[in-house]
Design a protein around this ligand. Structure first.
Ligand code: ZN
Length: 618
């Protein structure tokens, strides 16, 4: 849509016939436009258009409503719409015994709802009133300031929103059952149309309260709206959606009942933490265009792990982060067919087609590497500055890097641009040279390294002391005469080639993140043909008795793949590993035959897989 448009306020009056699934409305848009005003409006019936109270001609092709410009003042559009079963825009979501009317607008659903400038940068305030023809509840981004009856209509007048993007609007109509709580001045409310499931929202509500406190402290910015709804939507295309103050969830991402598994509880906590992170990163500060969708999603994912690590320290969520976000994306990023994290996006729909596990898994892993590079405190302060500077407005990826660069004094912009704009990632070879350590980097590819380089933030450890360096260009020397471990906490998105000495590296690792990084490096070098199977298997053997989600799932997955490639070469080692593991995994294994061992492996791997699928919510 045209960029020379300034929009300030929408006054929206809607008349909803709930049983007939029809609505009519009037929207008054306070707007200025240099040329013709183009409003997005899909499949609506347009009744009339007035500019500053004068009826004007318009052109409407079913998608765009064009009003002759320039326009300066109030554009009033009368329109009618239907509520289909479409899962996009405004739609009917049935459940046994009834339905609700609900909305899903990201990326372009708002234009199916009302005529609007449906672009994330066209932020405006929304003053909304809804008339509904019966005793229903109406949920919106803000709470109602007044509810009253007007003839047969129940009327809801909602508090004006802050400046926000259209894709974050929400409207829900029907009968809702609620659990309410409060954090400071904020009402936190779980809502479901299913009366008998209302108590199954208690866990999510509790997590939401604690996560709100965590983020308010972490960002140094209190939550901005008077209330936050967590809404269970019975028919929902996404996993969840971060509408500002009115987050929607599909059943499996919000309800925790008596029969729910531990996995369900964790998933619900993760989705709640993810969506609430968006209330700041995404909703308060919104990307300028959809090419930064990867950052919006990677960031919320990264923050959700941070929040859950604080709330549930015994869950070991960072093990899951490496297993779910990093391991798979590094493997795919080692193929020629990979693509950069940031790619140009021409249309809204394209953003949702192009972005995949590389965009999000690698994106989130790069944020972890960045935090490791600048340190937790500078990362947090830079982020807080970014969110304050662009509150109620829009920003791009560069604005975030600049804010962290200012605080840390490190070349964050240059480093991060190199990592997100270029496909692939490096491998660093390590070679002891007299009194120093010689490092060389290449682009790592399974079919052979090629020359290329990144500015690589290296966090390494010598004699128990953590040191940082930025490796630039294809080679560097570290003046360290003592033994060192190169990828502290496995925080770097690169591989290390230890020559013939992966086993020394493994013995220098001091935690499971570092053991994982050595094993992951060894496995990819094995697939590349750079180390022998026997060397790889001897590393695995030394970890046979170490039971840990990250290591166990990574190694069983690797052995399973190798077994399918070459059963005879791997069979004995696979059985040996799973037998040793089974002592720590009561009842899961204890099988002799390889076929059943593979099934047991699947039980572990499927869990990882289910999580990586489940995670693909907005
Ligand atoms: Zn998201």
């Amino acid at each position: 849509m045209s960029r020379d448009v300034g929009v300030d306020l929408y006054e929206v009056d809607l008349y909803v016939k709930f049983r007939e699934l029809l609505y009519s409305g009037v929207v008054r848009i306070h707007v200025r436009s240099g040329g013709d005003l183009l409003l997005n409006a899909v499949d609506l019936s347009i009744g009339s258009v007035r500019v500053n109270d004068i009826v004007v001609d318009y052109n409407y092709d079913g998608r765009v409503l064009r009003v002759r410009g320039p326009v300066d003042g109030v554009v009033e559009v009368r329109f009618e719409g239907k509520v289909p079963d479409r899962l996009l825009g405004i739609y009917r979501a049935p459940y046994p015994g009834g339905y609700i009317v609900t909305t899903q607008f990201e990326p372009t659903g708002a234009r199916y709802f009302i005529p609007c400038i449906d672009n994330p940068t066209a932020k405006a305030r929304f003053r909304v009133r809804v008339w509904v023809d019966g005793d229903y509840d109406v949920l919106f981004n803000t709470p109602p300031t007044r509810v009253y009856w007007d003839g047969g209509w129940k009327v809801f007048e909602f508090a004006e929103t802050p400046r926000m993007s259209t894709y974050l609007l929400y409207l829900g109509i029907g009968k809702f059952f609620e659990l309410r709580d409060r954090v400071g001045n904020v009402d936190v409310v779980f809502a479901t149309p299913l009366r008998d499931r209302v108590n199954d929202g208690a866990f999510a509500l509790d997590v939401a309260k604690r996560v709100l406190n965590f983020y308010s402290d972490y960002f140094g910015i209190p939550y901005m709206l008077p209330k936050l709804h967590l809404i269970h939507v019975p028919e929902f295309a996404a996993g969840a959606m971060e509408n500002w103050g009115a987050i929607t969830f599909r059943e499996t991402a919000i309800l925790v009942g008596k029969g729910s598994t531990e996995l369900t509880r964790r998933r619900v906590a993760e989705v709640v933490a993810h969506e609430i992170a968006h209330q700041w990163f995404g909703d308060l500060v919104t990307m300028r265009w959809w090419d930064d969708l990867w950052l919006n999603e990677s960031f919320a994912t990264f923050m959700s792990y941070k929040a859950l690590d604080r709330l549930f320290p015994d869950w070991g969520v960072w093990y899951r982060f490496l297993a779910d976000e990093t391991t798979g994306s590094m493997l795919r990023d080692s193929l020629m067919s990979t693509h950069p994290v940031h790619v140009p996006i021409r249309s809204e729909e394209e953003a949702f087609e192009i972005f995949d596990d590389i965009s999000y898994g690698k994106g989130a892993s790069l944020l972890r590497m960045l935090e490791g590079y600048v340190g937790e405190e500078d990362f947090r302060r830079g982020l807080g500055n970014y969110l304050r500077r662009f509150s109620y407005s829009n920003a791009s990826e560069d604005d975030l890097w600049r804010s962290i660069e200012e605080v840390s004094g490190k070349p964050v912009m240059r480093v991060m641009k190199a990592w997100v704009d270029k496909p692939g990632h490096p491998v660093i070879t390590v070679e002891r040279r007299g009194d120093g350590v010689g490092l060389r980097q290449y682009r790592f590819l399974l079919n052979g390294n090629v020359s290329d380089s990144w500015p690589v933030p290296i966090v390494y450890r010598v004699n128990g002391e953590v040191r940082r360096a930025l490796m630039e260009g294809s080679s560097a020397v570290l003046n360290e005469s003592q033994p060192m471990f190169l990828n502290v906490d496995g925080v770097g998105y690169y591989h290390v080639n230890y020559g013939n000495d992966f086993s020394t590296a493994l013995s220098n690792a001091i935690n499971h993140f570092e053991r994982w990084s050595v094993i992951n490096d060894a496995y990819l070098h094995l697939l590349q043909g750079s180390i022998s199977l026997s060397e790889y298997l001897s590393l695995i053997r030394s970890l046979a008795n170490t039971v840990n989600y990250l290591l166990t799932s990574t190694i069983t997955m690797q052995l399973g793949t190798l077994y399918s490639i070459s059963p005879n070469a791997v069979k004995d080692a696979f059985i040996e590993y799973l037998r040793a593991q089974s002592k720590g995994l009561e009842g899961l294994i204890g099988l002799d035959d390889v076929r059943e061992l593979v099934l047991a492996r699947r039980a572990l791997v499927d869990e990882t897989f289910a999580r990586s699928i489940a995670r693909r919510n907005h």
